[in-house]
Structures are given as structure tokens and as C-alpha cells.
Design a protein around this ligand. Structure first.
Ligand code: PRX
Length: 659
């Protein structure tokens, strides 16, 4: 066990929910939480059915809550019909929110634009009508490659309105990654922008789409709709390309939502797994939206006057559930931010909270850690230099938050008065799973605390047997839940083998190691597979390895993670070249070439922080690379483990010295 994990497990500070918060909370006090938990354990179908009826507007009511007949291909509310966009927009117009601000958009350069629910509804309807005029309909699939913008939300909602399944690709992914997703998902429509603005710089987007098309295999794509963000020059194919505003402008501002089955795939979002090929995580419409809305109310304690801000990008699941769908379904005003936390300076987040009077702020530990450094270095950028008194609740997501960062966040951003919800969940889970309920759960820095009602999270051993408190094991979810992954797009066998291995008797395997303490609080210890978590982004080591070995100079590569004070984990690559091992300046030059190559193949987030060259890699006599030894070497530690099975022990010394 590493030192960091050990110190986290010795954390003893407990912060009970503040009385003022408890008094007004949607789930108020431990007894209220326990009552929901008991109800969900006693009668899961009754519990989920009740919430689905209370919280969603159905076009055709469901008669069956859970259909397990084809487990693990579960169906929730399977004979019901609804429309997700109707539940996010039309419902708000009916509920008196037409003139309420839905989105406060702040651009990279600081310009602010606000849209009300009525305006958002009209934007979505016009764009949906535009798509309809091009012949797109329920059952089609789109790829969305857009910057953070009102238009990104509009594009996703318009697809949902017509029953088009969207697959959003994060704007930082390369043309090659984009191509992989366009072809795998079988998209007939791509929606992109000319450029995006990040940190004062324009970064092109459409050229990556053009490059992806040029790679071939995208013939199913009939149109590429382009949002004009900057007006930068773009190449144009008049048969295929069409401006978003030209498509939408003359359309009617009314578009009837298309009722779809509750199981209709709302979206497919690619995420990394243990093999080189990303998995297309398929989500439903009804079950997914139910949990997006319910967790807004339970975990974020959503109230009509809240100004909610989730800093994630819509390219990740957090941006789907807690930007595009959850906050709108809950009728909130939310902030959508185009830029980065450090531009024009590291006070940007705090200034935005102050300017827009944000009440709920949800971000990633990586962002917090980098802002700790920056704001401790310059008082003008420190949260204490801003008026953050509007805040009442803070959240964290994407990776474990170390107790020091938690305490800093609590004291400096939350003024010691705001509970922090450390939310554990995954692309596959659709929404929060293990997290405090802020008006009920005592907080422990570094722990995501307890399971949500309806979520049967547990720690088990390799045969599925329960592991007692204080011992590590596999994090599983024992019973299905409505917002769970439904399939891996086009690969049902991989769905079963990745998430429901037969040894575990039907439990959902999350892929995280964890342990529970005597209070039932979960402590996440990291992935059990070859998946890294770099700045809260999931990255498969095999993906990076495949990118490296596709370079003409590389013979072999092994990629591991190393703990990093800012990014959580950092990518370290061990590389054997086809030619002799480079040294000195040459090693630095080739290292740079390979890092740029990985950025081009996958995206800048996958760039190895460090590359070490060797004559060989440590292998067993049967030829298997011993990654566990490489992990030790990458950390700069001495290998003390038994290396007797190693074919070439001397290689460890060579790989121990960074270039
Ligand atoms: O390892 C866990 C970590 O992030 C993984 C899921 O990554 P992704 O699918 O990209 O979704 C991230 C946003 C929901 C998990 O398997 N993780 C996520 N949240 C936490 C976390 N680890 C510890 N604490 C968390 N709060």
C-alpha cells in the first residue's frame, strides 16, 4: 500500500452537516437519508417506480419498473415513453420558469450571454427543426465536437428532442480519435465549430473533422453542421457543410418532442478501458434522466434560487449529466464556462463565482490543487480576495481528493460553512453513486462517504464474497439501477466481460479498488485495471502504448501511471526504439517527437509526462512485461520486490535514470 493511501485511511476528522444547511435541505438529517435507504432496500421496484412517476413527465406511463429477463441487459421502465428534452425544457415553461435564466454563459474572454428557459426552448426547437429538414430522425446517430457553449447544450438537447442518439467527443481529442468514434458509432451527422477559444487562443476544430473525413470510412455522414464561434477561416464542402445559424434561423420556434421508449439510447459516450479501443458507453433515456434529476435534488440540494456551476466540459459524462441534462431537468439557473481556470489569471473561478453569485460549485480535485499552488503564490488570485459568500455547497468529482486539498477547498472557497459533496461515480453509472447527502451525511476529508439510496455499493473479494470493514477489495454494485450503462455500443460481449465477470455472480464491477470503514464510508483506492486517471480524465495505458508503437521509431512501449501532486496521476512511458537507445540531447529530442505524436494520435491529455528509453523492458521468462516493477521505477523508488522471475534484471537500473 502506498504512503498516500495509508495516510488517507488514517484520516479521522469528521464534519457534521451544518445546522443551517440541515434545516433547509431537501434530504434533511440522517433519519431522512436512512428512511430513503431503507425504502430502497426493502422494495427497490416500488422505490424507483415512485420516483420515476413523481419526477418525470411520461408520454406513455410504464407498467413494469425493472425487466431482468435478459440480465445483465436490464430494462428500466421498459414499456414507458417520454422525451428527455421535453422534461428539460417544456416542463419548465409549464412550471412558470419561462423567463427564468437557464444558462449564464461566460466566454473565454469574459463576455457574458444569458438565455432564459423560453429562449433556450426556442433555440433548441429551431435547431431541431433544421435537423429535421435535413431528414434526421429518431434512430440516427450524431457526433458532436463542440466547445463549451450554449450551442453545445442546444445541439445535445435538439438531438434528444428528435430521438437522435448523440455521441459527444471532447474538443481536445485528435482527428484520429474523432474518426474512431464517428465510424464506431455509425454517425450520419457531425456537429462542430470553426474554432474554440481557450486561454486567449483560438484552437481549430473543423479542420480535425475534415481530417477525420479524409481518413475514409465516414461515408454515412451526410452533413457537417458548423457553429460559427470565431469566424476563423475554414475549408468548406458545399455538399456536406452547413452553418448552424443558417440551418436554424428561418425555422419555426416550435418543434414537437418525439416520444421515445424509456430504453432508447439518449447518448453513447466513449471512455477508456483496459484494451486499446475505447468503449462506447450506451445510456438510456428514462432511467438516465431520472437519476440526473434526482441526484440534483438529493446531492446538490437543488432549490429554485440556486445558481449552479459545474466546471466540467460537455465532452465528459459530468458535463452530460450535470450541465446538459440534470440542471435543466431540475429547473435551475446554471453557469456554462468556455475557458480555463487560469486565464486571464488563477482568480478566474473565484471572480466568476463572485460576479454571477454562484451558490453551488462543482469541480475536480486537479483544478483545486493547481489553484492552491497559484493562489498561494499570489494573494490577488486567492479565493479570500473575492466575495464568495453566495456559495452554500461545494462538490468534487473525477478522482480521489486528498485531505489537504479538501481542507483548503473547505476553508478558503467554502469559508468553512459549505458542505463538500465528494461524488464517486463513472461514465458507466450515469450519475452520482457514493457521495454525501449534504444535509444528512457527516463528511470525512478524502472519503466519498456513503452510498445513495437505491445504490447497493459494496466491497467484495475476487469471488464476490463481502469483505469486512477496514479491508480492501473490489467496488461493486450488487443490484442494477436506472441510470446504469445499458451496453457497449456494438460489443455486447465486452459489456458482459468488462462489467459482469461471472466470478462475481452478476454484480456490476466498477473497476476501482476501495475499502469501507466501520461507519460504512467508502475510501476509493484507485483503479484495479490498466486505466489511469490524469487530471480526472480516464486514460487507458494500452491506448497510449498503441499510439507509441505506431510511431516508426518505436519497437516496444510500456505505459504506467505515477502519482502526481497536481494531476493525480501522470503518464510515464518506457520505450524501446528500433534503433539503439538514445542518450542526452538526442533522447530529449526523440522524447519530444514521441510526446507530440501521442498528442496527435489521441489528444494532448494523453501526452506522457516522461519518457524513458531502454535497450529492453523488464520481462518474465515467458515474455510478459512486468508493469508492477515499472510502476515502482516510475515513482523513482528502488525495486525491493522479488525479481527472480525476471529475464533481464539489469534493465531496471537502466530504466531508473530519467533522461
Ligand atoms: O476511479 C474512479 C474515479 O474516476 C473513475 C471514473 O472516471 P470517468 O468514467 O471518467 O468519470 C469521471 C466522472 C464521473 C472512477 O472509476 N473517480 C471518479 N470520482 C471519484 C473517483 N475516485 C475517487 N473519488 C471520486 N469522487
Amino acid at each position: 500500500m502506498s504512503n498516500e493511501i495509508e495516510s488517507v485511511l488514517h484520516e479521522t476528522r469528521v464534519f457534521p452537516p451544518p445546522q443551517d444547511f440541515v434545516k433547509q435541505a431537501n434530504v434533511s438529517g440522517q433519519a431522512a437519508y436512512q428512511a430513503l435507504l431503507d425504502e430502497s432496500d426493502r422494495d427497490p421496484d416500488g422505490f424507483w417506480g415512485r420516483h420515476a412517476r413523481e419526477h418525470l413527465t411520461w408520454r406513455k406511463p410504464f407498467t413494469q419498473v425493472l425487466d431482468e429477463s435478459k440480465a445483465p441487459f436490464y430494462k428500466w421502465f421498459g414499456d414507458g415513453e417520454l422525451n428527455v428534452s421535453e422534461n428539460c425544457l417544456d416542463v419548465n415553461l409549464k412550471n412558470g420558469n419561462a423567463n427564468k435564466v437557464a444558462i449564464i454563459f461566460e466566454a473565454d474572454g469574459g463576455e457574458v450571454k444569458k438565455v432564459t428557459y423560453q429562449q433556450l426552448y426556442e433555440l433548441v426547437c429551431k435547431f431541431a427543426n433544421g435537423l429535421k429538414s435535413l431528414g434526421y430522425k429518431s434512430g440516427d446517430r450524431s457526433v458532436i465536437y463542440l466547445p463549451m457553449s450554449i450551442e453545445a447544450v442546444v445541439a445535445m438537447q435538439a438531438c434528444a428532442r428528435l430521438g437522435i442518439t448523440h455521441s459527444v467527443v471532447f474538443g481536445g481529442f485528435s482527428a484520429k480519435s474523432l474518426h474512431e468514434r464517428i465510424t464506431d458509432v455509425g454517425a450520419s451527422l457531425v456537429i462542430t465549430a470553426d474554432e474554440q477559444m481557450r486561454g486567449g487562443k483560438a484552437i481549430t476544430l473543423k479542420p480535425a473533422v475534415d481530417e477525420a473525413f479524409a481518413m475514409g470510412g465516414c461515408e454515412a455522414v451526410r452533413h457537417c453542421v458548423v457553429y460559427k464561434r470565431t469566424g476563423g477561416k475554414v475549408a468548406w464542402d458545399a455538399k456536406r457543410d452547413i452553418w448552424m445559424h443558417e440551418l436554424a434561423d428561418n425555422q419555426s420556434a416550435e418543434c414537437a418532442p418525439v416520444a421515445v421508449n424509456a430504453e432508447h439510447p439518449l447518448f453513447i459516450l466513449y471512455t477508456s478501458g483496459s484494451t486499446g479501443k475505447p468503449k462506447g458507453v450506451q445510456h438510456s433515456s428514462g432511467g438516465y434522466l431520472l437519476w440526473a434529476k434526482l441526484t440534483m435534488q438529493w446531492v446538490f440540494d437543488a432549490k429554485p434560487n440556486d445558481v449552479f456551476w459545474c466546471t466540467a466540459d460537455v465532452g465528459w459524462v459530468t458535463g452530460h449529466t450535470y450541465i446538459t441534462y440534470g440542471p435543466l431537468a431540475a429547473g435551475l439557473t446554471q453557469i456554462v464556462f468556455e475557458g480555463v481556470p487560469t486565464y486571464p489569471d488563477a482568480g478566474r473561478f473565484w471572480k466568476m463565482i463572485q460576479d454571477h453569485k454562484a451558490t453551488i460549485f462543482y469541480t475536480a480535485p486537479t483544478a483545486i490543487r493547481s489553484l492552491i499552488k497559484a493562489s498561494e503564490a499570489n494573494a490577488a488570485h486567492h479565493p479570500k480576495s473575492f466575495d464568495l459568500s453566495s456559495l452554500r455547497l461545494l462538490g468534487s468529482v473525477g478522482e480521489p481528493i486528498n485531505p489537504e486539498a479538501w481542507m483548503w477547498y473547505h476553508n478558503n472557497v467554502g469559508g468553512g460553512r459549505c458542505p463538500i459533496v465528494d461524488t464517486w461515480w463513472q461514465t458507466e453509472t450515469g450519475g452520482h453513486m457514493i457521495t454525501p447527502m449534504p444535509g444528512a451525511t457527516p463528511l470525512k476529508p478524502g472519503s466519498c462517504t456513503t452510498r445513495l439510496p437505491g445504490i447497493t455499493a459494496a466491497i467484495v473479494d475476487e469471488t464476490g464474497g463481502d469483505v469486512e470493514a477496514g479491508h480492501g477489495g473490489f467496488l461493486v454494485i450488487k443490484r442494477p439501477w436506472p441510470s446504469m450503462i445499458r451496453n457497449i455500443w456494438g460489443d455486447p460481449d465486452r459489456y458482459i466481460s468488462s462489467y459482469f465477470p461471472s466470478e462475481l455472480g452478476g454484480y456490476y464491477l466498477a473497476g476501482d479498488g476501495a475499502q469501507c470503514d466501520k461507519d460504512g464510508c467508502f475510501w476509493i483506492m484507485g483503479r484495479i485495471d490498466d486505466v489511469l486517471n490524469v487530471s480526472g480524465h480516464r486514460l487507458g495505458t494500452m491506448e497510449v502504448e498503441s499510439a507509441l508503437v505506431s510511431h516508426e521509431l518505436v519497437a516496444e512501449a510500456a505505459v504506467v501511471g505515477r502519482p502526481d501532486a497536481t494531476t493525480g496521476e501522470a503518464v510515464v512511458a518506457f520505450v524501446v526504439l528500433k534503433r539503439s537507445r538514445p542518450e542526452g540531447d538526442e533522447a530529449i529530442a526523440i522524447g519530444k517527437q514521441l510526446r507530440d505524436w501521442v498528442a496527435k494520435e489521441i489528444g494532448p491529455i494523453a501526452k506522457p509526462k516522461e519518457i524513458r528509453f531502454g535497450d529492453n523492458l523488464p520481462k518474465t521468462r515467458s515474455g510478459k512485461i512486468m508493469r508492477r516493477l515499472l510502476r515502482v521505477v516510475a515513482k523513482g523508488e528502488k525495486v525491493t520486490q522479488d525479481v527472480s522471475t525476471l529475464e533481464n534484471p539489469a534493465i531496471l537500473d537502466q530504466l531508473s535514470s530519467p533522461v
